[in-house]
Design a protein. Sequence first.
Length: 94
Amino acid sequence: MNKIRSVRSLTPEELKNIKQHMKTAKDSQSRTRAHAIWLSHQGYRVDEIAKILDRHRNAVVSWFERFESQGLVGLQDQPRSGRRPRAGSEFQNH
């Protein structure tokens, strides 16, 4: 499988949604991933994006692949294995 070096050209609607996601997403990781998509759209290369966001280039490529296959939903955190938090959602949101 070829690694994606940049995202495809975004439609005006996709670009609007990415910008909004960068500002309003609840978790910082999702905002960072949206920022990477926006930077790619602006013409930055994977290595440049990785340096700007202080992430490994493989992570950036993975985000591109997830965005290409799933859209904005692909930028959200995926479920992970491990113990579930003991605190209720009220406590976690503070």
